[in-house]
Design a binder for this molecule. Sequence first.
Ligand code: IFM
Length: 750
Amino acid sequence: MLGPAPASGLQGSIVAAGAAAGSTGGGDVASTAGTPATSAAGLDVLRQARDHSAGPWAVSVPPGRSGLERVEESCLAVADGRTGIRGSVEENGAASDPAVLAAGVYEREPDGTERLVEAPAWTALDLAGSPGPGVRVLDLRTGAVFRTVERDGHPLFHSVHWLCLARPGTGVMVAEAAEWIAARLEPGEHLDSVSVPSSLGSVIEVASATQVVPARSEGVGEGSDGGGAALVTRLVGVAAGRRTRTMRDDPTRLVGHARHAGPAELWDEQVAAWARRWDVADVEVVGDEELTRSVRFGLFHMMASVASRGEAAVGARGMTGPAYDGHVFWDADVFVLPFLAATWPRSARAILEYRIRRLPAARAAAARAGLAGARFPWESADDGTDVTPGSGVDEAGRTVPILTGQEEEHIGADVGWAAWQLAAWAGSWRFLDGPGAPLVVEPARYFEHRMAVDADGTAHLRGMIGPDEYHEHVDDNAYTNLMVSWLLRRAAEVGDRRPDAVVPGEPARWRTMARSLVDGYDAGDGTHEQFAGYGGLEDLLVAQIGTPPLAADLVLGRDRLMGSQIIKQADVLMAHLLIPDGIGRGTLASDMDRYLPRTAHGSSLSPAVHAALLARLGRTAEARSLLELATRIDLDDLTGTTAGGLHLATFGGVWQALVTGFAGIRVTGPDDPALVVDPRLPADWSELRIRLQWHGRRLALSCRNDGVHVGTDRLVAVSVGGGTVIAVHPPGRWVPSGRTGGGTGREEAT
Ligand code: IFM
């Protein structure tokens, strides 16, 4: 388990900067001017980074754990939105999987598979021996990884590295090593470069300038008669993308700029850049430091994984590992994007830009199916064609077909929903009236043609896979139909505003189709049937087969599972999360009672979704326990898959659970007249503090069950607990909840 850093910061005895300014050697770097200052600054930075890593702002990896190296490397990964590096130790142990990854930079294998290109880690050092892993800390506040190794009370090795958020593609590493470890590090200055091209015309290029000077310090030199220890300062440039089109910068030029700035300035920039991000994104559960840390861990990785400009291909594991080959799923649009729309809209826009640029491929996919509009792929990589594998191998070594690429079509509605989210948080139609319009209109057009209208006038989507991937080729998956119905109505609105984006008659037809599409609602028991015929399947509860989270496919086998009511992850309930106004009021409680006991949480996406909805229902103890489960999925490697990278969608789900669940914040569209907040907190959370941006206002919300203190930089309209809308002037005020009494859930109370 990964835990907190020591509250007082890590111990060590790195000495004053001047001690390192000895010989600089006669290296081959173009200019050595300022070299002593660079080493001095390096030491200073090393010390400052150490001091920053503490409390609920840091996640530490203790020494002496075996078999977890790759898990730790995922957890300690850092990124700047464009490129990332796994948190491997500098000597790259045998069990290590070091890598530099770049968003959207894929390789196509001879069998057609597309996967992320991996370049060698720029943190590698040719150490003469391993000092042992020591204690490693990810400082969430600054995005730096710090390592300290001591033996018998003597420091042996210290290092810090980070990727510069303010200048994507620039990396910095400073390390101090004792004599016997540093024996192979040649004093002087060294330039290195490596280029990893991909068959798709992309490349990752890494250039670095490394300076090695003696570290005659009371630090790592101690115990080695003051000589031979080394201080290493490495400045790195990483450029990734298509050589001709999207190559961001020349890596050598990036190194040159970094040398000009020097490590101290780069460190100050880094601290300031991350402070700007946290200022609009932090979440704190007052009274639960461990939960706060694990929530921030997820927020950090989401922020690090998405660029602020251009397009952002956000793979299921971001740039923290190679799992799922770095493919882009609905994880990006539905789970990660809302957090960014509410905190850093430029990054949400970049996720949508990735989809906009792949509309031609989505249109071609629809056309291949003989249909109009655009059909987004379930798994997407370089050019937006579907890259979902056709089969996989299960744990028993059997080849099983994977049908999600053909049948998990809800992705089209998910993309439209994501575009709407950005507009709703921004309080502006600009995006939807402009480049975002096709993301809503074209999938709607596709679904209009994809559905079948029966003689009785009801419309159906047949042969689908819903979010519950345990059941394939089902008819009228409730989540898909509800989302498509919602999408058709939104597309009609966009069409009303932008008649040039639609064909005359489409908006009216879409409104009719939205009403005709069946949603599985059964007035008898007040629930939505997950798909036609679900109720007739073997009625198994998860408690009868094990304790969730579990992979029920492995427990029951594929055939029995498909014939049972066990589901993998939130499906009907997912619609309650995303479109509470698009699903029958009062049905959340009954759908929860029906589906929660049948849900295996076989996907890491599932627990947080349930946490959000249980909180909404006022079932805060259950909500909290599922929230905590979600926050530990990677930190404790609960699914055994963290070695392949972190589950970004889970982090997004955790944020949504806190914001839309526990805090009860609801946004529906760009015209929302007020921010709606309705907190439901467990008794021992004294406060839930959330920073975000809504309709261009920077807000700091301190939520309690009896009201919310709203801090704001501009006049904002807020309604708390169903109370009247109150105008809040800067710097803010306490807004009491309009809800009287307690105990009932939000749905019942409104
Ligand atoms: O997108 C998810 C899906 O919902 C469940 N299986 C894993 C995918 C990638 O995270």
